[in-house]
Design a protein around this ligand. Structure first.
Ligand code: GCB
Length: 611
């Protein structure tokens, strides 16, 4: 049996954790072939002995930290390193397992401990880990050198995909000139974006837990399955505690059903006066390796709720749920995509101020810490994988599909137990009209449904309803449209007719509920114009208002949600349509409201009180 779990590292009576956030040594590999670090084995000795190093904060993107334009737009390998003192009790106690976990590294990474490779991982936005006990014990010195090389190059088979173009015309380009191209609209920030940490478990340990919840009258059912590593038999005690720490159900055995009488269901924010109710499922394991007995304790937050989709509705706990929410990005000044608690808490305060009950993790999985906030606050999530910008026919090939399937494995593995996650999104705006899209999305969606039989699956489309080859396989149609912006710019009078047609076409063909998964307009904060013109705050407001009029008519029938593009302004690569980034935020990048935020706030609170 192989360890497949990706439980969030939590402290418990049997587990410790040591965060390695802070300053790391750093160097971008500037060599012509971008491979000097591997050629010269930089991982074998301290980074400072093989060249100059910078101090680099972790977690953070590295792009905006220095004044060096080369580093902002760097493509290739960068090297991070730090020394860590491993507590001697972790080393001396042969019953302790020491694990190194990287929350996310964008995009391809190789990890060494004391010069020995311990992990290799493809893909940003998702965690990976390695048992490093063997490596630290061989080293007589107590300190431990961790080296992580990260490469942000995107290829036709990476997710998101991209290509590199080398320019050889020497009358136009200096030697070695190349650019990274991709078809997604956000800056390709890179580095160690989420915490790196060490944690321990006993040698025999809880490797994974899966919970599926159901409701029968006033009884909540928690079906669970625990997998154990390091022993073939173990004693298991499973206790479900309410939020006051009172035991409400118990069970023995590695799988079973916990029954909760007079259950407190997990409800979305604004749908109930006590949203985000979480129980704590404590798994207590004890097992012997023949000589010693090991005990492991892991406490998993559990929200009891159901999700169902009909041809016109989205049901949470059998009640119709209307998504009035936002699309987000992990994006902010200086830190780029680096996890930052001040930013996370501010964003949740803004979401609640707005009266939003949901968001989509456009266009990649967000930090686990954010998902946990959603569970606690009752913010409903459409959980999207990094399948964004799949436009090139070569990105529909077998190698791409195989990688996409394994990214879904990792995403579902990580997020399956979050009550806030109610639907998976396998992609954003792929070229779904291309011939191979049929097989690609059929396979991808079927695979995702095998991984998780409880949640609906979708992808977000901007294709023509008649030619979209992936739509037959989704449970909910999610459509993006930018009427009076990318089409008929300046002509808001087209919105009612075009939006109505959009909805009627999709519903007419598929008889599935529809979410307007993006709509919006850029507004440069402080630009005013009446009558409204594009890029003014008034134009943004007016576009939203006209979309809302149509939503209000259609939500009586089959429209089940509206997600504004975007919660906040965000950085993009440079181009003539982006003035220091995408300005479709209703908040600025610094999280101050534009006029549209007040319009949306009024609407969302009204929707919360009437739906
Ligand atoms: C879209 C994309 C999103 C872009 C947005 C825009 O359709 O899904 O990533 O940022 O449009 O503003 O162009």
């Amino acid at each position: 049996q192989e360890a497949g779990g990706m439980l969030y590292p939590r402290e418990s009576a049997s587990r410790e954790r040591k965060e390695l956030s802070g300053l790391w040594s750093f160097r971008a590999d500037p060599s012509a072939n971008r491979n000097e670090g591997f050629d010269r084995a930089w991982y074998k000795s301290p980074l400072a002995t093989t060249g100059p190093v910078l101090e680099m904060p972790v977690p953070s993107s590295y792009n905006d930290i220095t004044q060096d334009p080369m580093l902002r737009d760097f493509i290739g390998w960068v090297w991070y390193e730090r020394e860590v003192v491993v507590p001697s009790r972790w080393i001396q106690d042969a019953g302790t397992r020491v694990v190194l976990r990287v929350g996310s590294a964008h995009y391809y990474s190789v990890v060494w401990v004391n010069g020995v490779q311990v992990a290799e991982h493809e893909g940003g936005h998702l965690p990976f880990e390695a048992d490093i006990g063997g490596v630290i014990r061989k080293d007589p010195a107590v300190t431990c050198r961790i080296t992580i090389a990260v490469n942000n190059t995107l290829t036709l088979t990476s997710l998101p995909p991209g290509t590199i173009t080398h320019m050889s015309d020497s009358t136009k380009y200096p030697t070695g000139y190349f650019v990274q191209n991709f078809q997604f609209d956000f800056f390709n920030y890179a580095g160690l974006h989420r915490p790196v940490l060490l944690y321990t478990t006993p040698k025999i340990y809880v490797d994974d837990i899966t919970v599926v919840t159901d409701i029968s009258d006033n009884i909540g059912l928690v079906k669970y399955k625990v997998s154990v590593m390091g022993a073939t038999t173990a004693n298991m005690k499973v206790t479900l505690m309410d939020k006051y720490g009172h035991c409400v159900a118990t069970s023995n055995g590695s799988s079973g059903v916990l029954k909760v009488i007079n259950v407190n269901l997990w409800w979305p924010y604004l749908m109930h006066d006590n949203p985000g109710y979480l129980y704590s499922m404590e798994v207590h394991l004890s097992a012997s390796d023949g000589q010693l007995t090991f005990e492991d304790v892991y406490a998993l937050p559990v929200g009891i709720r159901t999700v169902n989709v009909t041809s016109t509705q989205f049901l949470i706990n059998n009640k119709p749920f209307y998504f009035h929410g936002v699309n987000k990005h992990e994006d902010a000044d200086l830190r780029g995509k680096g996890l930052d608690w001040a930013l996370i808490v501010k964003d949740f305060n803004l979401i609640k101020w707005l009266g939003a009950n949901s968001f989509r993790t456009s266009h990649y999985p967000y930090a686990e810490e954010i998902m946990q906030m959603c569970d606690r606050h009752g913010i409903v999530v459409i959980d999207e994988c990094p399948g964004v910008g799949i436009k090139d026919i070569r990105s529909f090939g077998n190698a791409s599909l195989a990688h996409h399937l394994s990214v879904m494995d990792e995403l579902v593995q990580r997020d399956k137990n979050h009550p806030s996650v109610v639907m998976w999104s396998v992609a954003n705006e792929p070229a779904a009209e291309m011939a191979p899209a049929d097989y690609y999305f059929r396979t991808l969606i079927k695979h995702t449904k095998t991984l998780d039989q409880t949640r609906p699956v979708t992808f977000i489309t901007d294709s023509n309803f008649a030619r979209d080859k992936g739509a037959p396989y989704v449970d909910v149609i999610c459509v993006n449209s930018y009427f009076s912006w990318y089409h008929d710019p300046g002509h808001m009078e087209v919105i009612p007719i075009q939006l109505n047609t959009q909805f009627e076409n999709w519903f007419g063909k598929y008889k599935k509920p529809i979410i307007q998964s993006e709509y919006g307009a850029d507004a440069v904060p402080g630009l005013h114009s009446d009558p409204p013109v594009m890029f003014s705050e008034e134009y943004q407001k007016d576009v939203l208002q006209r979309y809302h009029n149509v939503f209000d008519e259609k939500r009586k029938h089959y429209v089940i949600g509206e997600l504004i593009w975007n919660f906040a302004d965000f950085m993009t690569s440079q181009g003539i349509t982006r003035v220091v980034g995408n300005k479709k935020g209703i908040f600025t990048r610094q999280r101050q409201p534009k006029s549209a935020a007040f319009l949306l706030r009024e609407r969302y609170w009204r929707l919360a009180n009437t739906t």
